[in-house]
Design a protein around this ligand. Structure first.
Ligand SMILES: Nc1ncnc2c1ncn2[C@@H]1O[C@H](COP(=O)(O)OP(=O)(O)OP(=O)(O)O)[C@@H](O)[C@H]1O
Ligand SMILES: [Mg+2]
Length: 447
């Protein structure tokens, strides 16, 4: 096979008679000098801001209580005994995954150093391994990393066989195993997995002590658990509250060395914190905005990260969030939300009745040649969007004897909503054929 067939890049000087090595190096040198600065002008250690980066313990801010509570539940593991099972819940970006990984790491360290107890720790992202068999196979194979004779094929065994091999691996390698089931609500058979892992020892399947940390950002998850499963956790629930703006600032300041010195202007971190606190105190969101602000500054060839970059990064994040929410929605739903956005943009108001939305929706359907649904169906679509947190509906009263109606308001910025929905080519004809005037007339004359 020639290098070309293998898809390798060939030397531009090849076949010209020049020394190919020198020519190539010179060409690439020149290109590299033009494309890349010697060192990144904005970031010094960008990895500190990457998703998935686990900061050292002293960089975990504002979670001392949660860290200590979790450690209290795991203390028996450090002596080679069975730790408590724990459910951790709290909204997204509140440090649940981070704290769990950190505390289990310290537990393992302490057990091995002081008591010669072997603690196996496994982290499972249940959003990836969604079936019972996959979850058990992943737990078994990651524990088995240390190496036993037991083979754990990624697929092909029955669920029961995977359990058997898991028990053998555990007994062969460890005194205690701590399993973190992150995003446990995404698991199809979460009840079964939790029950089997927490009762394995009692049922005489293994000698090894097993501790389970189940994590969910759905508060309802805990309430909805089967009573038998709940009792496995013996009510050991840890709640992670959202961060406030001060804590978010502290979290970011602790990673400010991701940037070169003097690159961050003073208002950048407070502004990122303010945006993320508005949301619900989500640290991931804060770090994302900060990283993206740095990226924007670099792409624009600027030497410092300023408030402007933060605001633009926030807009991009909002757009991304909205795109995820509406992206896969049926065209009809998009038309309904677009109607609300157009109304909001063209008037002084920000809340509208179902009738208002329906009037503009009908106009859009005719323009883009789409079936027009009944007003009742449109009302249903609106309540679905309400559920998805795209818009917000609240009951109003028309005054004495006037009855009640719903007023609808967009959650995100209307301009951004309009722009995102118009990315769907289905709406291409909307503004090409129609003058904006005609749309304006419909909006002004709505009932
Ligand atoms: N107290 C903290 N100190 C430093 N960094 C933090 C802190 N809390 C969260 N982070 C960082 O914020 C991001 C999100 O945290 P984490 O993944 O632990 O949240 P989570 O509660 O598990 O969210 P989700 O429910 O969405 O999984 C990570 O990059 C994490 O490193
Ligand atoms: Mg998490």
């Amino acid at each position: 096979m020639t290098s070309e067939e293998k898809g390798e890049l060939t030397d531009p000087g090849e076949g010209t008679g020049d020394d190919p090595g020198t020519t190539e190096a010179a060409t690439l040198d020149a290109a590299a000098a033009e494309l890349f600065p010697d060192e990144h002008p904005i970031f010094a250690r960008k990895e500190l801001l990457q998703i998935g980066h686990i900061p050292e313990g002293d960089r975990i801010v504002g979670r001392d209580e949660e860290i200590q509570s979790l450690a209290n539940q795991l203390i028996d593991a450090t002596q080679g005994n069975s730790p408590e099972n724990v459910i951790i819940y709290g909204k997204t970006g509140t440090g649940k995954s981070l704290v769990s990984k950190y505390v289990t790491r310290v537990t393992k360290w302490k057990a091995e150093r002081d008591s010669d107890v072997s603690v196996g720790t496994v982290y499972i992202d249940c959003a990836e391994d969604t079936t019972e068999a996959q979850t058990i196979a992943t737990i078994a194979s990651s524990l088995n990393n240390a190496g036993t004779e037991i083979s754990i094929p990624p697929t092909g065994l029955s669920t029961g066989q995977y359990y058997k091999r898991l028990w053998s691996v555990m007994d062969a390698l460890h005194d205690v195993v701590i399993v973190i089931l992150d995003e446990v609500d995404m698991l199809d058979d979460d009840d079964k997995v939790v029950m089997k892992l927490t009762r394995a020892e009692e049922a005489g399947k293994v000698d090894c002590d097993i501790g389970l940390i189940a994590i969910s950002n759905k508060i309802q998850y805990v309430e909805g658990l089967d009573e038998r499963v709940k009792s496995s956790f013996q009510e050991t629930e840890l709640f992670f509250p959202p961060y406030d703006a001060n804590q978010l600032r502290e979290i970011m300041r602790n990673r400010a060395d991701a940037f070169r010195e003097d690159v961050l202007t003073d208002d950048v971190i407070p502004l990122c914190a303010a945006f993320a606190a508005q949301e619900h105190g989500d640290a991931r969101r804060a770090l994302d905005i900060l990283r993206n602000a740095g990226k924007l500054a670099y792409e624009r060839g600027e030497e410092q990260v300023t408030e402007v970059h933060v605001r633009d990064a926030q807009d991009l994040a909002e757009k991304e969030r909205f795109r995820e929410l509406i992206g896969e929605a049926p065209t009809q739903s998009k038309a309904v939300v677009l109607s609300l956005a157009l109304l909001t943009i063209s008037t002084e108001e920000d809340t509208f009745t179902t009738g208002d939305i329906f009037a503009v929706y009908k106009f859009i359907c005719t323009q883009v040649d789409m079936d027009t649904l009944s007003e009742r169906r449109v009302r249903d679509l609106i309540s679905e969007q309400n559920f998805l947190e795209i818009l917000y509906s609240e009951p109003r009263s028309r005054g004495r004897g006037g009855g009640r109606y719903n007023a609808h308001r967009l959650i995100d910025d209307a301009g951004l909503v309009k722009e995102t929905i118009l990315e769907d080519s289905r709406f291409d004809q909307l503004f090409s054929d129609v003058s904006e005037d005609e749309l304006g007339r419909v909006i002004q004359s709505r009932v």
